[in-house]
Design a protein around this ligand. Structure first.
Ligand SMILES: [Zn+2]
Ligand SMILES: [Zn+2]
Length: 167
């Protein structure tokens, strides 16, 4: 939340003068209703590195494929961003509980910067001149294969969209 404000109003931020607000939703999907689209709502995915901790057995584990789903729109000079992080289940417990990730500040920043690029393009009509097409910047971290059965985003069919990066 803090990072978000810093970025919106900071030097590398949106620089648009419009206020943007961030909130969380743990239910939203990428499916936009007709009404949503009409209201200018857009969807953006990001894949980040994060840590998890199981609430039952306290096991912790890292994952390089933590999916973040953003919905955003600009209306009447006010911007809204709704973020949903996807959880992962504990391999030891296998109890179908998806635990929410804990992100490093730097990861959050990367995600938001990419989101802002999208916003500039889609809400303010700016060209993407960052030349940054590599996309999933943090996936260089090597880790074990992605465990689809334990991934909430996989369950909902979001993760499989960029399969090539999953080595
Ligand atoms: Zn556990
Ligand atoms: Zn997944």
């Amino acid at each position: 939340m803090h990072t978000f404000k810093e970025l919106v109003y900071g030097d590398s931020g949106l620089g648009c003068g419009d206020p943007w607000a961030l909130s969380f939703s743990y239910k939203q999907t990428d499916k936009l209703s007709k009404k949503d689209s009409k209201r200018g709502l857009k969807v953006f995915f990001h894949c980040a590195y994060a840590n998890f901790q199981c609430a039952s057995c306290r096991r912790t584990w890292p994952s390089v494929r933590v999916v973040l789903l953003f919905r955003y729109r600009l209306r009447g000079g006010k911007g809204t961003v709704i973020m949903r992080p996807f959880g992962q289940a504990c391999r030891r417990c296998q109890d179908d509980n998806f635990h929410l990730p804990g992100f490093y500040k730097e990861e959050v920043k990367q995600a938001l910067l990419r989101l802002f690029t999208e916003i500039r393009k889609n809400c303010y009509g700016e060209e993407d001149d960052s030349g940054e097409s590599s996309g999933l910047g943090t996936t260089k971290v090597r880790s074990k294969p992605h465990e689809r059965t334990l991934c909430e985003a996989c369950h909902m069919g979001f993760c499989s969209q960029d399969d090539q990066d999953d080595k």
